[in-house]
Ligand binder design. Structure first.
Ligand code: ZN
Length: 454
């Protein structure tokens, strides 16, 4: 049976490529809502295109008012869900190929949505087709759900949950192989504290606009002249940090250049705000700036915030100051903490407040951690499928990011970026290896048969 499924999927190659091209040619970036198209006309067109594909394959589909659609294989009461999405992020700069053409070059298809998440969704759909065409008897129904608002507010899944029965178990091919079974909890804070200028007076600073981004550059205007500029340069030299100073009529302009990134993955990055705080402390900052430099500075493990916790399953806590600005004499900034699954979020909140005296700390919301045990049937079956099809070791992973999988009570992210591939989601020249799309379809089919087959 395994060989038959594999051969079938190989035989779908041309059809998979032409169908994916058709899907990529719909620029399903979120737009203005219209009747039946809550996320805009193009997203609705992507939904219609996907439903047409499924209908041609013989899967009965249902459209949930433009929010999501689903297709099923089998009629059993118990269900396994496969969760993908049809919306894409805006194109952005730096493309060397047209982003909505589906051009194939050197065995790869290029285009916005090829890897996130149209390619993976399509691979899973063809896995369902292979199972059906091979006549595999099923004890559970396979339900594929395609959402239309994953890249924004997940409104699609809320709507779906209100209008359909969401399966409890399943996977989302919207991240990486081997498998992600642990998503850290999330804490977001806004802090505010009145400026207290002492030896050092900051006249202007406004860095960052999103709390989940590690700022790669920060600029501030300090009161002072050439002597201060020299002290900045001396600090840069001594610390080895990339900080420059330029004297102007209005004061000293200081710029710190770090390494930008996503707040959930601070390893190997360098927060430019943190660099600036270390400089300020060296220049004699007092009050709120010293507090921030002492409690956070360039640390991303929360050590001096009293938050340096970790556990074996999820790894260490991470902490990022994505925004820091001086507005009308008040310092205002954000902290984004990604917390191990065993951490007590209330306790961490108390620690943050205790370590930022003089600041008013506002809780901007949290996300509870999500975890499916490594020895559960879901995880062991999917990893066995991965190992069998690839010959590579399959180990469950933890992430500080959020995946679509947590929509399901017992959901994991499974594929389809392979460990030897670069993450191109949301980037220029997003593409997918066509042979890997076929391999992923085989892995999905293998996993689904283990979970849903008789
Ligand atoms: Zn995605």
């Amino acid at each position: 049976m395994k060989k038959e499924i594999s051969e079938r999927i190989d035989s779908y190659r041309e059809e998979m490529v032409s169908t994916l091209r058709q899907w990529i040619r719909v620029p399903s970036v979120k737009g203005e809502p219209e009747e039946g198209a809550p996320f805009g006309r193009e997203v609705r067109r992507a939904l219609d295109t996907a439903m047409e594909t499924a209908e041609k394959m013989g899967f009965p589909g249902r459209n949930y008012d433009g929010y999501a659609c689903d297709f099923t294989l089998g009629e059993a009461e118990e269900e396994i869900a496969v969760l993908g999405h049809l919306d894409v992020v805006p194109v952005g700069d730096g493309w060397t190929v047209p982003p909505f053409e589906g051009i194939v070059r050197d065995g790869r298809m290029y285009g916005r949505g090829t890897s996130d998440d149209k390619g993976p969704s399509l691979a899973a759909l063809f896995a369902m087709k292979a199972i059906r065409d091979s006549g595999v008897p099923l004890k559970k129904t396979i339900r594929m759900i395609l959402g239309c608002d994953e890249e924004s507010g997940w409104e699609c899944m809320r709507y779906y949950q209100e209008h359909a029965r969401m399966p409890e178990t399943g996977f989302s091919p919207d991240a990486s192989f081997p498998l992600i079974n642990t998503e850290k909890g999330m804490l977001h804070f806004l802090f505010r504290g009145r400026d207290e200028a002492g030896v050092l007076k900051v006249l202007r600073m406004e860095t960052g606009d999103r709390m989940n981004v590690i700022p790669g550059e920060s600029t501030a205007l300090l009161e002072g002249g050439e002597e201060l500029a020299d002290r900045v340069r001396a600090f840069a030299e001594e610390s080895g940090l990339k900080i420059t100073a330029r004297t102007a009529e209005e004061g000293v302009w200081v710029t710190a250049v770090g390494i930008p990134g996503h707040s959930a993955y601070p390893e190997g990055r360098r927060n430019a705000i943190g660099m600036m705080l270390r400089l300020f402390r060296a220049l004699g900052a007092e009050g709120p700036l010293k507090t921030l430099a002492d409690a956070v500075g360039m640390e991303h493990d929360g050590a001096h915030l009293g938050c340096a916790v970790r556990d074996e399953v999820s790894g260490p806590l991470t902490c990022n100051m994505g925004i820091l600005r001086l507005k009308d004499g008040v310092w205002e900034g954000t902290l984004d903490l990604r917390c191990p699954i065993t951490a007590d979020l209330n306790q961490l909140t108390d620690a943050v407040i205790a370590h930022l005296p003089g600041f008013e700390v506002q809780d901007l919301g949290r996300k509870e951690p999500h975890h499916v045990p490594a020895d559960s049937e879901l995880v062991t079956a999917l990893l066995a499928a991965y190992e069998e099809e690839t010959g590579w070791e399959g180990k469950p992973m933890s992430t500080g990011g959020g995946t679509y999988a947590k929509v399901l009570k017992q959901g994991v992210a499974f594929g389809m970026q392979f460990p030897d591939e670069q993450d191109l989601a949301h980037q220029a020249d997003e593409n997918i290896r066509i042979d890997r799309m076929l391999l992923a379809a085989k892995i999905f089919a293998n996993g689904l048969i283990r979970l849903a087959g008789e």
